[in-house]
Design a protein around this ligand. Structure first.
Ligand code: HEM
Length: 443
């Protein structure tokens, strides 16, 4: 099995990895953005170099777009499908062999909705999307509040914490585990699986990282199969039980959906909450404004999403020849859509490198994508952040980072792995948090 996976890795990651390395040595900003520590840590200077005078750029692993209007158009254009794992430059025989290698279910392997074009996409997305009704999401509000309070209580007993491992990661994992009907005791398992599976989203990962991800996804497959069988026998009142009972999706599709929900629902929101903390601490004037006027929190969360998008980029492939501002993409050619670039486009967001929680059009960012693949969980992510962040800052008004947070080291996802912090003296009463959260959400 390892040999088959190795061929798949070679076609999907190995060859692009070599291309990125070579171009990286030549100082190519596109290669540096995708394949260097500098690109992972601070992508924005490289993005500005690549934006140049605008339009489509070409690079070592395909084309790329950085301008708001262009990115939005591509996401909404049915001349494009979702990405294939393989660059058209991969030699034919290798590609044909690699295409036949089926990997264990994971968020970016068919039949995941991320990797499906119409009409299959609609069939996979509809039943999941219909479980995310505004009522179903609003019902999760009390649970988000409960989880947040428990985490803050635990942290208060310690003083020194890791704001990612002890807080930002714990809120979304608890909620997504509830939604999928997983026992609370298994949350640690998902945190570990998540860490090794998310590198699959990047281009050109190492064979070692790929092997670890395959081992984790294979273990996850066994877990999910047993979980779905159990749900068929004894459904709970969670969102995933509803999906299983509906009979709309077969077992493989259900496993793919669970994988997407876990990956998309957890690995992103942790970064929304995690990215907001240093941003706000380094802009004390804006934090003061939020303290004085908590009703500004929803817009502040949109500005965090615009300024530091947890998902920095996505990818599409041309289904037919497409002319983009004079650059013609042939069928199967790929284009990276830089959501981070779109969000910092001065033509859309004046003074785009300024973090400003009062920005009137902050909410027009592309951080949740656009078009038929637009994020299903956007309202849930907003709800989690709107509870977790005000509660954290209210409870610990003297919160300080303790050293430099460690970035997660990926190019597609942007966030931190560790964020050591000192909490300082807590505010006296939890009632402050509850009051502020209620005002934040306008209740
Ligand atoms: C801050 C948090 C989040 C961010 C930044 C985010 C971002 C995105 C983006 C950019 C896409 C579109 C990808 C593309 O077009 O290729 C997407 C799709 C998706 N998201 Fe999210 N997401 C977040 C939270 C969530 C949550 C909480 C859930 C569910 C629990 C979720 C579920 C999904 C699903 C199922 C899709 C696939 C939709 C499709 O392919 O039709 N996301 N998300």
């Amino acid at each position: 099995m390892n040999a088959r996976y190795a061929v798949r890795w070679l076609a999907e990651h190995g060859l692009p990895r070599v291309a990125l390395r070579v171009h990286n040595r030549m100082g190519d900003p596109f290669a540096r953005l995708l394949g260097s520590e500098e690109g992972h840590r601070d992508p924005y200077a490289l993005i500005e170099t690549l934006r140049g005078t605008g339009g489509v750029r070409s690079g070592p692993v395909g084309y790329a777009a950085f301008d708001y209007q262009l990115c939005r158009e591509i996401l909404r254009d049915n001349s494009f499908g979702v990405r294939t794992p393989f660059d058209p430059a991969v030699p034919g025989p290798l590609r044909r062999y690699a295409e036949r290698v089926v990997l264990p279910p994971n968020p970016i392997e068919a039949p995941s909705m991320f990797m499906a074009d119409p009409p299959q996409h609609g069939r996979l997305r509809r039943p999941v999307a219909s479980a995310f009704t505004p009522r179903a999401v609003a019902r999760l509000g009390d649970r988000v509040r409960e989880v947040t309070t428990e985490l803050l209580d635990d942290m208060a007993a310690r003083g020194s914490v890791d704001l990612i491992g002890d807080f930002a990661a714990r809120v979304p994992i608890a909620i997504i585990a509830d939604m999928l009907g997983f026992p609370a005791a298994d949350r640690e398992l998902f945190l570990r699986w998540g860490d090794v599976v998310t590198p699959l989203l990047d281009v050109g990962i190492s064979w070692r990282a790929h092997r670890r991800a395959m081992a984790a996804t294979a273990a996850m497959e066994d877990y999910l199969r047993a979980h779905i069988d159990q749900m068929r026998r004894d459904p709970g009142d969670d969102i995933f039980s509803t999906l299983v009972s509906s009979g709309d999706l077969d077992t493989t599709e259900l496993m793919a959906s669970a994988n997407v929900l876990m990956g998309a629902g957890f690995e992103t929101t942790v970064n929304l909450i995690g990215n907001a903390i240093p941003l706000l601490l380094s802009h004390p004037d804006q934090l003061d404004l939020l303290r004085a006027e908590p009703e500004r929190w929803p817009n502040a969360i949109e500005e965090v999403l615009r300024f530091e998008p947890p998902v920095q980029m996505t990818c599409r492939r041309a289904l037919r020849a497409v002319d983009l501002d004079g650059v013609v993409l042939r069928p199967e050619e790929r284009i990276i859509i830089s959501l981070a670039g779109a969000n910092r486009d001065p033509a859309k967001f004046p003074d785009p490198h300024r973090f400003d929680i009062t920005r009137p059009n902050a909410k027009e960012h592309l951080s949740f994508g656009s078009g038929i693949h637009a994020c299903i969980g956007a309202s849930l992510a907003r709800l989690e952040a709107a509870h977790a962040l005000p509660a954290l800052f209210d409870r610990f008004p003297h919160l300080r980072l303790d050293g430099t947070p460690r970035p997660c080291g990926l190019s597609t996802l942007h966030g931190y792995e560790h964020m050591p912090a000192r909490l300082g003296r807590p505010a006296n009463t939890q009632a402050v948090s509850a009051l502020s959260v209620d005002r934040t959400l306008g209740s």
